[in-house]
Design a protein around this ligand. Structure first.
Ligand SMILES: O=P(O)(O)OC[C@H]1O[C@](O)(CO)[C@@H](O)[C@@H]1O
Length: 465
């Protein structure tokens, strides 16, 4: 790997922050690395997301063909999905494309405008429909299970708009990505002849960004998919190394695990680049849904997990950093730095007298943001809070693929340290079932009765104005 990425864990250590990890704790946990490695590698067969950087040449060719059809014929591309079926597309879009992509003229964009709708807020749905012409839009409906109520209802919106307006050729405007055989959406794709891509078996939603779930968006956006997958593949090789000293995912997993054991229950991801805020959002699902578990693998109650927080530098220096430096030692802050932004921007000489600020004249915003990162890192370390830094030499497709894969590998390894199943999400089911009941779905009558039998609210604790 050509130093696309550097990961510095120094400020996780007790010698730099009092609440940090001691060398003795590291030595003791290191003894578990062979077991962790066996666990991670043993799951390789079922966790086929590990193979995504290597096995998709044919699928990518088909995706590129479809992306060309879309970009040649349509003005807008809309992703309908939620959780892992949307966050990867959002993260790729903002990380690797122009920050005002949709506002650029078509010739500068080189493709359709790009939108991701990952909510069912009626105002958001309507807001999008207000600005796009459905006839000039392709909707990409993504749901691995094929049953997610939010995505299924969005699909209904697209169908309603498109079928009623376009009639016979309506299937041209909708593409689907779902499981190869299960769920509603698969049946509909087969019966109506929609173009459909498959979420491969063994690829869970939050680990799916490098399969058609994220790659269709990448292709429509003209992102260099080969470089993205190469970065991920190179990182897979690095993170397949059984030696802790050479495997950054194992080090990340181990230090975060040791921190959790000390009650450090918050994981802040704070990129110093607006382009990476959605990556912090993507990581939030990865880390929260994978590690937040009630039961351990042996059936014992563990209530594992760490709450992810998204922040962005420098913006959140002026809202959250006060808490990070002086508040409780209950969090790890992972700074992400971009060493070389796409733009080099000079701070101009002011044409009026601003002599107190004149030291800034002729310097660059690049140096300013880098200095603010180092300054905040210093302040947080002085404040005694664990922190670490990931530096991307450049925010390009190669480095970005490596970053995403690194975080996936670290999550998988941390699941091994915690001895939980990092690949299920049983805790999300209860809310889904209650929603079905409240929406009157057949078969959920008992749950509906249970919900309506809930104790009355104590009016003393309800304030209405
Ligand atoms: O792709 P699907 O099946 O619609 O699921 C969307 C998201 O919902 C979850 O299953 C949680 O409810 C996530 O794990 C997943 O990423």
């Amino acid at each position: 790997m050509n130093k696309a990425l550097q990961i510095d864990f120094n400020n996780m250590l007790q010698e730099n922050v009092p609440c940090g990890i001691t060398r003795e704790e590291i030595a003791a946990a290191k003894a578990r690395i062979p077991e962790i490695h066996r666990g991670v590698e043993a799951k390789r067969r079922e966790n086929t997301w590990r193979d995504l950087p290597f096995n998709q040449d044919k699928i990518v060719a088909d995706i590129q063909k479809e992306a060309k059809r879309i970009n040649d014929n349509y003005e807008n591309f809309v992703v309908f999905g939620i959780g892992g079926s949307a966050l990867g597309s959002k993260a790729l879009f903002t990380a690797l494309k122009h920050i005002r992509y949709n506002e650029l003229p078509r010739e500068k964009r080189g493709g359709a405008r790009f939108y991701v709708l990952d909510n069912i807020d009626p105002d958001s749905i309507n807001g999008l429909l207000d600005i796009i012409d459905p006839a000039k839009t392709v909707f990409h409906v993504i749901t691995k299970s094929g049953n997610t109520v939010e995505t299924v209802t969005q699909f209904m919106v697209a169908l309603d708009l498109i079928k009623n307006r376009i009639g016979e050729h309506y299937t041209d405007n909708i593409i689907l990505t779902t499981d190869k055989e299960n769920g509603n959406i698969k049946r509909i794709a087969d019966e109506h002849g929609f173009k459909a891509f498959v979420v491969p078996d063994g690829v869970g939603g939050r680990f799916s960004v490098l399969c058609p779930v994220g790659l269709v968006s990448a292709a429509v956006l003209n992102i260099d998919i080969a470089a993205l997958l190469k970065g991920a593949g190179d990182m897979d090789k690095i993170c397949s190394n059984p030696n802790l000293e050479e495997n950054p995912a194992y080090m990340y997993a181990m230090l975060y695990y040791l921190a959790m054991k000390k009650g450090i229950n918050i994981s802040v991801m704070m990129p110093y680049a607006d382009a990476l805020l959605n990556t912090a959002e993507w990581y939030a699902q990865l880390w929260a849904e994978s590690l937040g578990k009630k039961f351990g693998l042996d059936g014992s109650i563990v209530h594992a997990g760490q709450t992810p927080v998204r922040a962005v530098g420098v913006t959140d220096q002026h809202s959250q950093v006060q808490l990070y430096t002086e508040g409780p030692a209950d969090k790890i802050i992972c700074f992400i730095e971009v060493a070389n932004f796409r733009t080099q921007l000079t701070i101009p000489h002011a044409p009026i007298d601003m002599h107190e600020a004149s030291y800034l004249y002729g310097q660059t915003f690049n140096k300013l943001i880098a200095s603010e990162l180092r300054g905040t890192e210093y302040a947080v370390t002085q404040g005694g809070k664990m922190n670490m830094r990931i530096t991307l030499n450049e925010l390009d497709a190669y480095a970005y693929g490596a970053l995403l894969f690194f975080l996936e590998m670290a999550t998988a390894a941390c699941g091994e340290f915690l001895q939980i199943d990092a690949f299920d999400q049983p805790g999300v089911e209860a809310g889904k079932i209650a929603t079905y009941a409240l929406m009157g779905r057949e078969g959920y009558e008992e749950k509906a009765a249970e919900l309506s039998a809930q104790a009355e609210k104590d009016a003393a604790f309800v304030y209405s104005f």
